[in-house]
Structures are given as C-alpha cells and as structure tokens.
Design a binder for this molecule. Structure first.
Ligand code: HEC
Length: 151
C-alpha cells in the first residue's frame, strides 16, 4: 500500500507538474480514508460514532476538541487504537488528519496544524497505560480552562 501510494504521488508529480501538489494531496486523502476503513472503522464505525457496547467513544465529540490542546494532540496518537495500529508514522499521521477533518467541527478542521510523521513518532514512543484516567483528566482540564468547542 505504501509503495502504491508513494508511486502514485510521484507519478502525479511527474505527470501533472504545477497541479501535482493537490493531486498528491488527494492521493494521501484517499489512502487515509482506506486506512481508516481497514484499520479503524471496525470499532469506530464509518461515521465515527463508535459503540457504547464496546466502550468505543464517539470521535465526533472528541477529536476536534482534543486536538486544540498539546496534551490532547498527544493523547490522540497515544491511545492504543492509534499507537498500536499496523500503520507507520506517515500513514497514522494521515489517518488522524483525515479523521479530524472528517469528524471534527468545520472550524477546527480548517485551522488545525496537521500532524507530521515526526510528531506522531515522538508521541507514539510514549504509549498510554491508563487510557480512561488520562482521558477524563484531559476532559477536566479542557472544561476548567473553559475550552469551548469552536463551531
Ligand atoms: C479493536 C477496536 C479498535 C480499533 C480497531 C481502533 N480503535 Fe480507536 N479506540 C477504541 C477504544 C475502545 C477506544 C477508547 C479508549 C481505549 O480504551 O483505548 C478508542 C479510542 C480512540 C481515540 C481517542 C478517542 C477518545 O475520544 O478518547 C482515537 C483518536 C482513536 N481511538 C483512534 C483510532 C485509530 C486512528 C484507529 C485506526 C488506526 C483506531 N482507533 C482503531 C477501539 C478501537
């Protein structure tokens, strides 16, 4: 997959010259969507709504909120579903960016600083051990600092 994506992106650059960047970007987006379908949506569902049965939180409520603060950016990478996925750092960064654009509020999607492979690698090297505790602490901090979800 990675090779196909990389080749497709290089081909796009060669074939389309000036328009290559946006073509390469749309290849990245398509690969990210497929990665989400293969690696994440089994639990998180196609619409990101998760499931109360398996305690899978809704991404619609969380990703756009967490990504606005440094501890939350780190959390999104360090949760087991992300950190322990089969995706390499580049592909995980692309899936997280895709998820935030898809499931986060429009204003966050438009203004957030996308993850790079380097940032993902850095957070990923510190996996979470107490996910639920870290998550509720994060939510408490967000509420305390009166972080409201931009709409
Ligand atoms: C086997 C089921 C499963 C798969 C597959 C899975 N997740 Fe998750 N995910 C969970 C559960 C359960 C949680 C809640 C935290 C926990 O207990 O790990 C979660 C939480 C998250 C969160 C934090 C959301 C929040 O509100 O706390 C993110 C971000 C996330 N997953 C991303 C991903 C990504 C990206 C993938 C695919 C690469 C993925 N997950 C694959 C089950 C899964």
């Amino acid at each position: 997959m990675r090779t196909i994506a990389a080749s497709a992106a290089s081909f796009a650059v060669l074939a389309f010259g000036a328009a290559a960047e946006s073509v390469a970007e749309s290849v990245v987006q398509s690969v990210a969507q497929i990665d989400y379908m293969l690696e994440c949506q089994g639990c998180h569902l196609p619409d990101g709504s998760g499931s109360s049965q398996g305690s899978v939180p809704s991404l619609l409520d969380s990703v756009g909120r967490f990504v606005t603060v440094p501890a939350g950016r780190s959390f999104l990478v360090r949760v087991p579903g992300s950190a322990q996925s089969a995706l390499d750092d580049t592909r995980l960064a692309a899936v997280l960016n895709w998820m935030i654009r898809k499931f986060g509020p429009a204003q966050v999607a438009a203004t957030f600083e996308p993850y790079t492979a380097e940032e993902v690698a850095q957070h990923r090297s510190h996996p979470l051990t107490h996910v639920a505790r870290v998550r509720s602490e994060l939510l408490r901090q967000l509420e305390e600092s009166a972080q409201t979800l931009p709409r």
